[in-house]
Design a protein around this ligand. Structure first.
Ligand code: FDA
Length: 395
């Protein structure tokens, strides 16, 4: 087989890669998408519990982490959540807002993959799966790729291979390696939107609450999220914990307000006045599931006595633990279960308008491989669409 010539090659048939390929194809470019996996869009299919939280109605640059918080603004403002929602409407895909502006398919995430493949098909894009890219070299007027599906030459090369989370779904460090090969800086990567694990002493108690979910406000580093927290066998999960994991660095303590809507001090005072003979567990069971009230008492070493017998300092300690529980996680569950990867290709090396490497003509990075990471709630797919669209207009 001779060298297969294309205008554009996109490596990675995920959200960003397929969307970018379709946009480039619409401009009349001959586009090939290469992916090593058996199936395209595997993360899309897994996302949102199989219903894909495909964007967020309130998406803005404030919902993203990056060493340069301004970088994502251009792409997000040129292809917005409303543009993608309009495309979803064109395909007649039914969706609903679950909470906090998060839009999910009514039926299945497969609808989003079908949309992307249909857009690619209409734009004449060819997609090759089970393709290992062995090497990438710069040629006089573009790039030369050696792959398990033969050799390719192209003018523009788009890297859309995502981050490191969930290796079982095909994640690899390929994109970071290509960036380094061409002299771009890659910022340290870390698992994010990931559950916390606890030290054994904490875990012994907390694991008894596995499956219990409560609304909390969880914070660290001047950032906090008010959402649900889920106790697990290994530690703490649920939206509040996943969100704050992106801001947490190893060794830090988390501040968890178990009663974000209540002043715990006032609640205890009130309980002591109204029902002085009630046991502490009975009072706390007005706020939490009974199992949780008892576990907290054991775990934090409180006396389960009639509340009138609690000393002022005991009441202060209980109130402070309820409104400001300090937890030092052991770590996180890591890339195995993380939804995204923080860090990646340094945005200082990329054009925010086109996603092209500033010093390497024709080489583009889009989606999660770039150091732009969204909150939980559809923001990461919006970044995939917006960055893919930006590159798709120029590749
Ligand atoms: P993505 O990871 O989608 O695609 C990368 C592609 O590159 C893959 O097809 C992979 O096979 C391919 N590839 C990797 N290495 C390669 C190599 N060496 N050679 C060839 N191909 C290679 N976000 C959100 O907004 N809403 C949600 O509901 C969810 N839910 C969710 C659930 C789960 C379980 C996970 C793991 C993640 C989410 N996310 C999410 C995050 C979201 O899935 C993620 O941010 C986007 O898929 C990133 O899109 P990309 O196209 O950049 O990478």
């Amino acid at each position: 087989m001779g060298i297969q010539q294309r205008d554009v090659i996109v490596i990675g048939a995920g959200a960003a890669g397929l969307f970018c390929a379709a946009e480039a194809g619409k401009r009349g470019r001959r586009v090939e998408v290469l992916d090593h996996a058996k199936k395209v869009g595997r993360k899309i299919l897994m996302s949102g519990g199989g219903r894909c939280n495909f964007t967020n109605m309130y998406a803005s640059a404030e919902n993203f982490l990056s060493a340069n918080l301004h970088f994502c603004k251009s792409a997000l403002s040129r292809y917005t959540q409303w543009d993608f929602i309009s495309l979803v409407n064109d395909y007649g895909i039914a969706y609903h807002e679950k909470t906090l502006g998060q839009l999910f398919c009514d039926e299945s995430a497969k609808d989003i993959v079908r949309l992307l493949l249909s857009e690619c098909d209409k734009a004449g894009v060819s997609v090759t799966t089970r393709c290992e890219v062995v090497s990438v070299e710069k040629s006089d007027n573009g790039y030369y790729l050696s792959t398990s599906s033969g050799d390719y030459a192209c003018e523009s090369l788009v890297i859309a291979t995502g981050g490191l989370s969930m290796p079982k779904l095909g994640a690899t460090p390929f994109g970071y390696k290509v960036a380094e090969q061409f002299g771009l800086n890659v910022l340290p990567t870390r698992a994010a939107l990931v559950p916390f694990t606890l030290h054994d002493a904490d875990k012994q108690h907390i694991s008894e609450l596995s499956g219990v979910s409560v609304d909390v406000s969880a914070g660290c580093q001047d950032t906090s999220f008010k959402e649900a927290m889920l106790f697990t066998h290994r530690g703490l999960s649920g939206p509040a914990m996943l969100q704050i994991s992106s801001y947490w660095t190893p060794g830090e303590t988390l501040q968890i307000n178990l009663l974000p809507e209540n002043d715990a001090q006032a609640f205890i005072e009130n309980a002591r006045n109204r029902s002085p003979d009630a046991l502490l567990a009975t009072c706390l069971a007005q706020l939490f599931p009974k199992r949780m009230a008892l576990t907290l008492i054991n775990y934090l070493g409180w006396r389960n006595c009639p509340v009138k017998q609690l000393s002022h300092s005991e009441c202060d300690a209980i109130a402070s633990a309820l409104n400001d529980w300090q937890v030092k996680p052991n770590g996180t569950e890591g890339y195995r279960t993380a939804e995204v990867t923080l860090g990646g290709v340094d945005t200082d090396n990329l054009s925010s308008k086109t996603m092209m490497a500033k010093d390497v003509d024709g080489l583009y990075f889009i989606g999660e491989v770039v150091d732009v990471t969204g909150w939980l709630g559809g923001y990461n797919f919006q970044w995939a669409w917006s960055s893919g669209w930006a590159a798709g207009q120029v590749v």
